[in-house]
Ligand binder design. Structure first.
Ligand code: 3SL
Length: 234
C-alpha cells in the first residue's frame, strides 16, 4: 500500500495538512514528549494533557498528580513540571498525571482536533515507535512542537531519525521530511554535541537542568508508545 510520511516543522503550519486518515506523532524532545514516554513506560496509569495551567485544577478532586511547566519552570503550586526525572516509577507508577507544558501539550491538542490517531514520540522510544508505525496502514505526520510556533532543532532531528528508519516503508515524502532526515544525518554521530546549537538546550542549561537534556537524548530506553484515548495518554 502507498503510504505517505510528512514532517510538520511547527504547529503554526498544522492547518496545511489533511489528517483525517493519518496518525500524528507529536514530538517535543525537550522535554514534554520525552517525559510522557518515560512516565507511561514507568507505569503511570494515564497522563492527561491539558492546554492551560488552570485546566489542571478541574482534576484536583480526583486525587491526580498535577504537573505544570511554563518557560521551562515548574508553575508554583503544582506537584512538579516537565522534568523526566519527575516521571520515574517511584513518582508516577499507578498514578494519573494531569500535565500542561508550554508547547508539547498545545501541539497535542491541535493534533487531536483532526487526526485519526495521536501517539507520542521521543528518542527514548524511537525504535519501538518505528516498529509500531511500520505495522500500521495509515499515512504518518510527524508534528514538531517547536518553541512558541517556531521550528527547533531537537524536534526536527527526531523527525529525521523516524524518516530515516521508515524510508523503505513509505512511498511519498515531503521536502520537510528530507530536511529533517538530512539534518539528522549531520547530527546523528554525536547528537549531544550537535544539541549545543539548540536554543532550548541553552534555555534549560541556564535553569540548571542540563541533565534533563542529556536524559532526553538517550536512545531506546523505553518500549511504551503512549496513545491518546479520549482525553488521556495511556
Ligand atoms: O514546551 C514544552 O512543552 C516543554 O517541553 C518545554 S520545557 O522543556 O519544559 O521547557
Amino acid at each position: 500500500m502507498s503510504r505517505k510520511i510528512e514532517v510538520c516543522l511547527t504547529p503554526a503550519l498544522l492547518g496545511l495538512y489533511d489528517l483525517k486518515n493519518s496518525i500524528v506523532v507529536v514530538i517535543d524532545i525537550l522535554r514534554a514528549t520525552s517525559s510522557m514516554v518515560y512516565g507511561i513506560d514507568n507505569g503511570a496509569t494515564a497522563i492527561i494533557p491539558v492546554a492551560q495551567v488552570e485546566d489542571c485544577l478541574a482534576y484536583a478532586e480526583h486525587g491526580y498528580l498535577l504537573a505544570a511547566e511554563r518557560n521551562g519552570e515548574v508553575v508554583a503550586g503544582y506537584n512538579f513540571g516537565n522534568s523526566p526525572f519527575s516521571y520515574s516509577a517511584e513518582h508516577v507508577a499507578g498514578k494519573t498525571v494531569v500535565l500542561t507544558t508550554t508547547n508539547g501539550t498545545k501541539a497535542l491538542h491541535m493534533a487531536r482536533a483532526t487526526a485519526q490517531q495521536v501517539v507520542i514520540g521521543s528518542f527514548l522510544n524511537l525504535q519501538a515507535l518505528c516498529d509500531w508505525l511500520k505495522e500500521q496502514s495509515q499515512d504518518v505526520l510527524l508534528l514538531c512542537a517547536g518553541w512558541k510556533d517556531s521550528a527547533n532543532l531537537e524536534d526536527t532531528l527526531f523527525a529525521g531519525a523516524v524518516v530515516k528508519a521508515l524510508r523503505s516503508e513509505f512511498v511519498a515524502f515531503d521536502d520537510s521530511s528530507v530536511i529533517a532526515e538530512d539534518l539528522y544525518g549531520l547530527a546523528q554521530h554525536d547528537l549531544g554535541a550537535y544539541m549545543n546549537k539548540s536554543s532550548h538546550s541553552h534555555r534549560l542549561a541556564a535553569l540548571n537542568i542540563g541533565e534533563d537534556v542529556k536524559f532526553c537524548l538517550q536512545l531506546n530506553i523505553c518500549q511504551a508508545i503512549p496513545v491518546l484515548v479520549g482525553d488521556a495518554l495511556v
